[in-house]
Design a binder for this molecule. Structure first.
Ligand code: FES
Length: 117
């Protein structure tokens, strides 16, 4: 039993909460895709760090406990996201660990697909 189920709650800008499940080792993008969470435009580049549509806003304490620090590539993409905050990360770069069970993340109101249309 090395694959524990992790619960993640996505909070949309309108306050709607979507509870989703993932496993240790999944990215938050995987969680959105696997649970068919209805977030318009989310994850447009499928985790290749060329969009910023997977921008999520973390609570400070969660942000501080995330295992990875953002790479320069992630920071460059985040710079292009709307509603950038001090606790913003790109969901496709966040890998679930047991510690993140019960995580709540905010989904920004506007998703910026920097690749254009
Ligand atoms: Fe495009 Fe994360 S899905 S940067």
């Amino acid at each position: 039993l090395n694959k524990q189920e992790i619960t993640v709650t996505f909070i949309k800008a309108n306050g709607e909460k979507i509870v989703a499940k993932g496993k240790v080792g999944d990215s938050l993008l995987d969680v959105v895709v696997n649970n068919e969470v209805d977030l318009e435009g989310f994850g447009a580049c499928e985790g290749t760090l060329t969009c910023s549509t997977c921008h999520l806003i973390f609570k400070k304490e969660d942000y501080d406990s995330l295992p990875e620090t953002p790479t320069d590539e992630e920071l460059d993409m985040l710079d292009l996201a709307y509603e950038l905050s001090d606790t913003s990360r790109l969901g496709c770069q966040i890998i679930l660990s047991e510690k993140l069970d019960g995580l709540q993340v905010k989904v920004p109101a506007t998703i910026n697909d920097v690749r254009g249309t």
